[in-house]
Write a protein that binds this ligand. Structure first.
Ligand SMILES: Cc1cc2nc3c(=O)[nH]c(=O)nc-3n(C[C@H](O)[C@H](O)[C@H](O)COP(=O)(O)OP(=O)(O)OC[C@H]3O[C@@H](n4cnc5c(N)ncnc54)[C@H](O)[C@@H]3O)c2cc1C
Length: 530
């Protein structure tokens, strides 16, 4: 008899909800979390400026109408401390703390075929057994520090944004370098520029960013919105991105140029990435349509940044807009008008070394007191690959995923019985409002487990042929879009040696949910229940 029905790895949005969902279904469950607090992304990424880029009304659990009504968000786009408070509130409100074990990293998990259970090893030397193992390790939790020669000799302090000191960092009067200009670099740079003596932004790729137009939420608006929250959530579940947005429903290429400019400007003024990119149906599938939107965004940079040479360096040209995660910021580009900010192009003059007092590039030397890596994550598969997971016959998950991570339906890797991955490769995951996708996955997994247990099955396995067919479908959908054209973390391009495979499912959140539901309704088609 296993110690637990369900072991969960991680206690971010996914792990916290998994504990609630399985416990409410009458199963014994325990989540093991490496951090000293819950919250995952919102626990670790406590750097200045960390903020959600999906609106708070969307980026929140929908499973409890009472929670939804009682909790009030202060802003349109909540900052990291508020999201973390929310998750702690949820854990308290639903009494989840007894089933969450903090400061405990899962180091290995092995399938015991004879007993039909997982044996889970943690870094405190303990072993627990569980009938089902749920990975809630996060798509963006295995952080990545580039290997720069000489970093160990740097006399100043260096930081990765995803392991930010919990009591903050005071950069007052310092010369600070930020490496990385993706979503996080764009958020943290203006905060550092406001206090540092000088900020050097080391840019390899110029990125697109739309304004947030963040603002406090008006209580009257909130009351009116909450009156119809249920039907709004339903629309979100059926939508493409997990957020109901209204596009024009027309292709840009069929629209008069002046009308395109008017529409884009209207959405630019309203703020937010999803409504902006979703304005026209062809932006993410047609190069020419994409270029119209890209040029509109470049124009906004040109009119914001006063030095034309700096503006020129900031113009994104390396990839179609949207093919990398679209950044959101109200103040990033304007920051380059400050006298204490310098943009350094490390595409043309790469970083060659770090020495005791600064950073060397192929062309220059920058004296620095502190260095900040906003260099992101070994996304989607990184956190799971860092655990020694052994499935049927002792096969390693890292070997099964050597040519790229794969699952059936974005949730179950073939060859790993009773292992479920929340927002796994092949699911909409990072290409969606993730809280909504997490809820959908956790509920689907719970129902699958209850289905198996209720019928006396000990194992749930994905058929290899079902996995092959699903991943072929994921690839086919992706290659009908512009996404694979970018060297992004979506394809693993930020990790040296990682196979280039596009694994997020781009078929849309609503259609994906329908597909998962149809598989369940057909008695878990593509699975073997043993
Ligand atoms: C800075 C930032 C901003 C973001 N903003 C948005 C946004 O606006 N909208 C959006 O939809 N998404 C956003 N995301 C994506 C975000 O990761 C998800 O929305 C969501 O928080 C993921 O929740 P999760 O529980 O799946 O994973 P995580 O929050 O990453 O939690 C995973 C947890 O698992 C733990 N863990 C990992 N390995 C182990 C192990 N071996 N043993 C024990 N514990 C382990 C980690 O410590 C972590 O706490 C953002 C991500 C980042 C990094």
């Amino acid at each position: 008899m296993a110690d637990l029905d369900v072991a969960v790895i991680g206690a971010g949005f996914a792990g916290v909800y998994a504990v609630h969902a399985f416990r409410s279904a009458g199963l014994t469950v325990r989540a093991f979390e490496a951090g000293s607090g819950i919250g995952g992304t919102w626990f670790w990424n406590c750097y200045p400026g960390a903020r959600c880029d999906v609106e708070s009304k969307d980026y929140s659990y929908s499973f409890s109408p009472e929670l939804e009504q009682d909790w009030s968000w202060s802003e349109r786009y909540p900052a990291q401390p508020e999201v973390l408070r929310y998750l702690n509130h949820v854990a308290g409100r639903f009494g989840l703390w007894p089933d969450i074990q903090l400061d405990t990293r899962v180091t290995a998990a092995a399938w015991d075929a004879r007993r039909s259970q997982w044996s889970v090893t943690t870094d405190d030397g303990q072993q627990r057994t569980a009938r089902f193992l749920i990975s809630a390790v996060g798509c963006l939790s295995a952080y990545q520090v580039p290997s720069l020669p000489g970093l160990e000799t740097f006399a100043g302090r260096w930081y990765h944004t995803s392991r930010w000191p919990r009591d903050g960092v005071d950069f007052t009067g310092q010369r600070v370098g930020v490496i990385g200009t993706g979503s996080t670099g764009i958020q943290i740079a203006p905060e550092i520029a406001a206090v540092a003596e000088h900020l050097y932004v080391f840019q390899r790729t110029a990125n697109f960013a739309v304004p947030n137009r963040n603002a406090p939420l008006d209580p009257d608006w909130e009351r009116a919105f909450k009156a119809d929250y249920r039907s709004y959530r339903k629309q979100a579940q059926e939508s493409f991105l997990g957020v109901p947005i209204t596009g024009t429903g027309r292709p840009a290429l069929a629209e008069p140029p002046a009308e395109i400019q008017r529409t884009l400007m209207e959405r630019w003024q309203a703020g937010g990435g999803m409504p902006f990119l979703g304005a026209y149906t062809d932006v993410l599938v047609d190069r020419a349509a994409n270029e119209i939107v890209a040029e509109f965004m470049r124009d906004r940079i040109r009119e914001t940044v006063t030095d034309p040479a700096v503006a020129g360096q900031l113009l994104p040209r390396a990839y179609p807009v949207g093919a990398k995660r679209l950044c959101q910021s109200d103040d990033y580009f304007a920051m380059f008008n400050r006298p204490n900010v310098t943009l350094a192009d490390i595409r043309s003059a790469p970083v060659t070394a770090v020495s005791a007092r600064g950073l060397h590039t192929a062309e220059s030397y920058y004296e620095l007191d502190a260095l900040v890596f906003a260099t992101g994550f070994d996304a989607i598969s990184g956190a799971l690959n860092r655990i020694d997971i052994r499935g049927a016959g002792g096969a390693a998950l890292s070997d099964a995923w050597a040519a790229g991570p794969r699952t059936y339906l974005g949730v179950v890797p073939a060859g790993f019985p009773n292992l479920f991955v929340v927002t796994g490769p092949g699911s909409p995951s990072v290409f969606s409002n993730m809280v909504l996708s997490i809820e959908q996955h956790v509920e689907w997994i719970r129902d699958c487990v209850l289905h198996a247990v209720g019928r006396g099955h000990a194992t749930v396995e994905a058929k290899p042929s079902a996995e092959d067919a699903w991943m072929a479908h994921v690839t086919e959908v992706a290659y009908a879009t512009l996404f694979p054209l970018a060297d992004s973390w979506y394809v693993g391009a930020n990790i040296p040696g990682k196979p280039r495979v596009f694994t997020p499912y781009l078929g849309g959140v609503g259609p994906y949910r329908a597909r998962c539901d149809a598989v369940a309704a057909a008695g878990y088609e593509g699975f073997v229940l043993g």
